[in-house]
Ligand binder design. Structure first.
Ligand SMILES: *[C@@H]1O[C@H](CO)[C@@H](O)[C@H](O)[C@H]1NC(C)=O
Ligand SMILES: *[C@@H]1O[C@H](CO)[C@@H](O)[C@H](O)[C@H]1NC(C)=O
Length: 288
């Protein structure tokens, strides 16, 4: 009975208005090979996750993330190596320029964190050959107010797999060489099917069904890493943007033939996301 009550709470708790940016992103039909600057605030779920070694040392951008709810951010588990303490992180929303003084100040919101939930199966720190379960949730200390510049992305349907060739967008402040750039960039990267990406000459057995590969097979210079670790890979499904991937890992040096970028497939973790949020709400006596 209790579980039934909790299940209905979580379903009602989910944002209805998601994946619908007030400022429309530019979605060129002609793919831009090396990424391009995004229309400011057209990816309003994009998070700049920032960490400090020890306050008051300034925070530095270290990963991307996706706002999926007024209190929750979806990202990669490896973003919290080695800093796994909520007090060392803050989540900045409504950003376009990395340098805040170039953004409209009232638009940007940086919020404190009170909980980091990494997937229990993430064992990369003990075994660096295993990068499965590279997914995490971050709980904000207070709910963020939705604005024109800040709004959530939708989650995909459980188990949904985007077919090869679907154009989707990776966004972030990292460029194809793994450097940080000054304004938010986007790149349309096609999905590479599992069968191809798990061939011995590609990622072979490093690739698991809970991952997705993205890139362009015939343009090796562009098959590198875009965005930032933890950041979104979003696809427009019937006019609504859904987060299908979380940037997980790419080849060393970022650009290498037959080593496309690998993302955690969000639809493989639908139950984990709901269960983790439900457990957190239950433990914190939230909204029950
Ligand atoms: C940020 O932008 C301001 C205003 O354009 C500039 O004065 C400042 O030097 C920039 N800071 C950095 C770290 O680039
Ligand atoms: C959201 O708006 C309310 C009411 O204006 C305000 O009290 C609160 O501090 C805002 N929250 C954040 C995180 O900005």
């Amino acid at each position: 009975e209790m579980l039934k009550v909790l299940a209905s709470v979580v379903l009602e708790y989910w944002p209805e208005d998601c994946g619908n940016p007030a400022v429309k992103p530019k979605t060129p039909t002609q793919r831009v090979v090396n990424g391009e600057e995004a229309v400011p605030h057209s990816w309003p779920w994009q998070v700049s996750m920032q960490a400090t070694l020890l306050p008051p040392i300034p925070y530095l951008h270290n990963c991307g993330g996706s706002l999926i709810h007024e209190e929750w951010i979806l990202t990669a588990a490896h973003c919290f190596i080695p800093l796994n303490k909520p007090s060392l992180h803050r989540m900045c929303l409504g950003k376009h320029h990395m340098n805040s003084s170039m953004d409209v100040p009232s638009v940007e919101k940086c919020l404190q964190v009170d909980k980091i939930i990494r997937h229990e199966g993430f064992v990369y720190e003990q075994d660096p050959s295993d990068i499965t379960y590279d997914i995490a949730l971050v709980h904000l200390s207070e709910p963020v107010n939705m604005t024109r510049e800040i709004s959530p992305v939708c989650l995909p349907k459980p188990g949904a797999v985007m077919p090869a060739g679907t154009p989707c967008f990776v966004t972030g402040w990292g460029d194809e060489k793994g450097r940080h750039i000054l304004s938010l960039n986007q790149a349309a990267l096609p999905v590479i099917d599992f069968q191809t990406c798990s061939k011995p000459s590609y990622w072979w057995d490093t690739l698991r069904p809970s991952m997705i590969c993205l890139g362009r097979l015939f343009i090796p210079q562009s098959a590198g890493c875009f965005g930032d670790s933890g950041g979104p890979f979003a696809c427009s499904v019937a006019g609504t943007w859904e987060v299908h991937g979380v940037v997980s890992f790419g080849p060393q040096g970022c650009i290498k033939d037959k080593k496309p970028s690998v993302f955690t497939r969000v639809s493989a973790f639908s139950h984990w996301i709901e269960d983790s949020i439900r457990k957190f709400m239950y433990e914190n006596n939230k909204a029950i």
